[in-house]
Design a binder for this molecule. Structure first.
Ligand SMILES: Cc1ncc(COP(=O)(O)O)c(C=O)c1O
Length: 422
């Protein structure tokens, strides 16, 4: 057994025992495809600010924030206080609540293209609702998305994530205006919407060139299709979302993660005339959900979004840039083949000299799996696919500590490589 794996097992007997117990009642012992990693994922016990603690008492600097949702870290006191107040007054009612309306107002105020909002409970529900609205208004069925893009668990999108189309899924190359344009010219009459992430969050942080999204949006509209921005991750990149950075005005925007302050959430925002298909006074589309806009999520989301100011976004971005530079230097120092992409507070690491087109086309699995496990041994928690995510409660000292710990993890990966070669 490798040294890194042996250390991981020795540090985490509690998680190992829970894997066996969990696997008896949940396939593979987990309930999210992305959070599983071999030999077994950790079981967490608590989170506080930038720290996570597992059931064995190991502490980790949290560089994932529940896959970009916890933009203010774990158990952020202003969110905890607000939610505790709301908990005592009730958790969900079959009626409107004020926090829900205030959150909708805040999103409409911040995100240029958002005139009205419908809430749901996950990013998956949000992107699904975008497709359903697009189908209802265009009378067409197909979605056009980027190959290897990720828009949640709706089957029409999942086949695109895997890189092959499907009966209702058409693919083009991310950010490639010509490719999208050609598909829209040839098959535009079948396409209800074009859905794109300004930055491929799960796909490896590939970003569209300046002007590309606006050009694709224009071609979509010329073909009679809607242009949907999936900002479930990228809303954290600017107060107006990545659409403000890219100068594009989508017809619909899917939102999630940070707008729930750590609670399950999703929302579709956009043109009032399109969202009108969900108007309960004359619904053309039944959009219901027992927990849509519930006061707990809305209360937490309000604090989360209000406190994500332009200044705090700029600080996170600066810290991410610092971390990226230090990681490249650490990799160079120990000879690890390494490259990274950064978009704002998001960093995507690759254990290869050149960045691949997308995560799905990577060939650095062995090294990156070893680095992930070695990082856990050093007390840094990030996504198995190499995504590091900053939050507003990290400071320079802690970011430097992350760099030092990851430098040690890289060195242990290279030491193991050397043994393997001997
Ligand atoms: C771009 C994007 N869209 C949609 C989703 C789905 O959101 P959820 O996991 O809340 O269903 C995700 C989740 O990571 C995402 O990254």
């Amino acid at each position: 057994m490798s040294e890194i794996l042996a250390t991981f097992r020795a540090r985490t007997p509690g998680s190992a025992a829970r894997q066996d117990r969990a696997a008896a009642v949940m396939p593979g012992g987990d309930t999210r495809t992305t959070t599983y990693h071999p030999p077994y994922p950790l079981t967490m016990a608590s989170g506080e600010g930038p720290w996570l603690t597992d059931v064995d008492g190991n502490r980790y600097i949290d560089l994932l924030g529940n896959y970009t949702s916890l933009v203010h870290g774990n158990a952020y006191p202003p969110i905890v206080d607000a939610v505790q107040g709301q908990l005592a007054r009730g958790t969900a009612w079959p009626a409107r609540n004020d926090a829900q309306v205030e959150l909708a107002e805040l999103l409409a105020e911040r995100v240029g293209s958002v005139e009205q909002v419908r809430f749901c409970n996950s990013g998956t529900e949000a992107t699904m609702l975008c497709a359903y609205i697009a189908r209802a208004v265009t009378g067409r069925r197909k979605v056009l998305m980027a190959r290897y893009g990720y828009h949640g668990s709706l089957e029409e999108y999942e086949v695109g994530t895997l890189g092959h189309g499907g009966p209702d899924t058409v693919l083009a190359r991310h950010g490639d205006v010509e490719d999208f344009g050609q598909v829209l010219t040839e098959r535009g009459g079948e396409i209800a919407c074009v859905i794109l992430e300004p930055v491929m969050g799960s796909g490896g942080l590939a970003v569209a060139a300046p002007g590309a999204l606006a050009a694709i949006a224009e071609r979509a509209r010329a073909a009679g299709a809607l242009f949907v921005a999936d900002e479930v991750i990228t809303l954290r990149l600017a107060t107006g979302g990545a659409q403000a950075l890219h100068g594009v005005t989508p017809d619909l925007t899917a939102m999630g993660k940070i707008i729930g302050g750590g609670f399950p959430v999703g929302a579709v925002g956009g043109r009032a005339d399109l969202l009108a298909v969900t108007d309960p006074r004359a619904p053309r589309l039944i959009h219901s959900g027992t927990f849509n806009g519930n006061p707990i999520t809305a209360t937490a989301g309000l604090v989360s979004v209000r406190e994500l100011t332009a200044e705090r976004i700029a600080t996170m971005d600066r810290l991410a840039e610092r971390l990226g530079g230090r990681l490249i230097a650490a990799a160079e120092a120990c000879g690890l083949p390494f490259s990274l992409r950064r978009q704002g507070s998001l960093l995507q690491c690759f254990c290869r000299g050149e960045e691949p087109e997308a995560n799905a086309t990577r060939d650095d699995q062995d090294l990156s799996t070893a680095l992930h496990l070695a990082a856990l041994n050093e007390g840094v928690f990030f996504a198995g696919r190499g995504l590091l995510v900053l939050n507003t409660v990290l400071d320079e000292a802690l970011v430097d500590e992350v760099a030092d710990r990851l430098g040690a993890a890289m060195a242990s990966v290279m030491a193991e490589q050397a043994v393997a070669v001997d």
